[in-house]
Design a protein around this ligand. Structure first.
Ligand code: DC
Length: 222
């Protein structure tokens, strides 16, 4: 059993940027669970499945294969053997992932994969329910937050840097709606685990957040 770090928090709080840097510094494997929900979201979008039709979703995902591999230390998500790591990064896919991740059939599909990835190595896993459901015994749990306005600005910069044109007000609305969906769903909602440490990144640089969390790991590991 390795050392397990769980990082949860809302969309745009900086989880993946920060988690990747921490994993590199500490030599941990980084597991981005949002990417797995996105792969399912992409599949459902491509198949034209209605996000409100739970039964159809259940049937559609029965035989799909989601797998994770690593290339130059970067997580790759494979959907039925196809590397979809780039395709899943759109707002449309993120919203579909948020809308469909409330269904038990979708969460069950990914649960074992996530737990098995954490079982043998030093792993840093990020998502919404890692500290509360997936790894309740994680050695360190972080709940990463930031104001919605700050998160919208970060997402806007990230997208425009990639050459994707977007509107910051629409992004903020989307983020608020996504938070509402992720925190109010019946199963495994986004919520701070009782024993998680909350880190508000609104007024922190990436390096400050990374250093804060790395020092927590160092002190817990002894
Ligand atoms: O972190 P992200 O934006 O890539 O995640 C996309 C969606 O997937 C998110 O809005 C909710 C869902 N998700 C989830 O329900 N549980 C997780 N552990 C990770 C993501």
């Amino acid at each position: 059993m390795g050392f397990n770090i769980a990082i949860d928090g809302p969309a745009g709080a900086g989880k993946s940027t920060i988690a990747k840097k921490i994993a590199k510094k500490l030599g941990f494997i980084y597991v981005d669970t949002g990417a797995m929900y996105r792969a399912i979201g992409l599949y459902l979008l491509e198949k034209g499945v209605n996000y409100e039709d739970e039964q159809q979703i259940g049937r559609a995902i029965q035989d799909i294969q989601i797998a994770i591999s690593y290339r130059d230390g970067e997580q790759q998500v494979m959907l039925n053997g196809e590397n979809v790591s780039a395709k899943i990064r759109t707002e449309e896919v993120g919203n579909m992932a948020s809308k469909t991740s409330k269904y038990p059939v979708v969460r069950e599909k990914l649960l074992e994969l996530q737990r098995s990835l954490a079982s043998s190595a030093d792993v840093l896993m990020d998502g919404r329910d890692i500290g509360t459901c997936i790894l309740p015994n994680a050695d360190l749990k972080i709940f990463l937050t930031a104001d919605a306005g700050v998160r919208a600005k970060r997402r806007y910069l990230e997208l425009t840097e990639k050459g994707i044109s977007c509107n910051i007000e629409d992004i903020e609305k989307d983020i608020i709606e996504r938070d509402r969906r992720d925190t109010t769903r019946a199963i495994a909602p986004l919520k701070k685990a009782e024993d998680a440490v909350e880190v508000d990144t609104s007024h922190m640089t990436i390096d400050e957040v990374v250093d804060t969390i790395v020092s927590m790991v160092v002190s817990r590991r002894g």
